[in-house]
Ligand binder design. Sequence first.
Ligand SMILES: C[S@@+](CC[C@H](N)C(=O)[O-])C[C@H]1O[C@@H](n2cnc3c(N)ncnc32)[C@H](O)[C@@H]1O
Length: 257
Amino acid sequence: MSNKQHGPAPTKWALDGREQDLIHYIYGRPDIKDIKGQPSKVLSAIDDYHRKFNMLMNIGSAKGQHIVNVINERKPSTMIELGVYVGYSAILFGNAVRSQGGKQYFGIEKNPEMAAVANQLVELAGLRDIVRILVGSSDEVLKELVQDKVINQIELIFLDHWQERYLPDMWLLEELNLLKPNVSVVIADNIIMPGAPEYRRWVEATTAQKRQIVTSDGSGALSPNPDLGYETILTKFDTDFGPDAVTITRVVGEDKA
Ligand SMILES: C[S@@+](CC[C@H](N)C(=O)[O-])C[C@H]1O[C@@H](n2cnc3c(N)ncnc32)[C@H](O)[C@@H]1O
């Protein structure tokens, strides 16, 4: 067998075998039969592993509850997540969407190995009917969902992949005309740690400031829509990884002036 590695290299915090070890830990627990079909118990088991063995880059309970509150208020029929990892947020938010009468939760994950782990935990949580994990890069999968007429607008989307992708993917949502005034809400994690300064500048800017940003900085191959008006609220949290913040951005209008 060749020694060639096809997947991404391990880091200090992930992809060193801990995600597979998590699955063994959960399936090896004496209470596995009680966990089955119970999203909150699957989440508690992931939290136990994170606390006792290896830290996992999950949204966690405090930021998670903050976002569940938005789901409960917005009651989306469809929610999309960019960056699934082992499926913690997909289980928490997929369950909340279903509890509010929603129909679909698409989790987009570019690492097929992480998608496999997430799929197994989604299955264990009994959320197969609502949560679908789509393997691929966020931009490619979003374009496919539009081309295939699976989505034509964003109700609620959660950005939690790599922070340098936040602004290009936000611009892609604008270019694809998926963001609708008084309908769409965009949530983003890790705004302080590791930080997403260019994304934050965009979602906190006025339409006039956004036109200026596009004119002065350019937007590469993408066609953002600076005319969309955003209202962004930033909420700070103390996390196991240090101080961080989540932004909630509501699309509130379109300034054609
Ligand atoms: C912080 S973790 C996600 C944590 C997860 N949302 C949770 O709270 O349980 C980031 C994930 O984004 C994935 N990712 C990075 N870039 C991506 C991209 N362009 N498209 C889709 N997934 C991506 C990584 O493979 C990783 O699994």
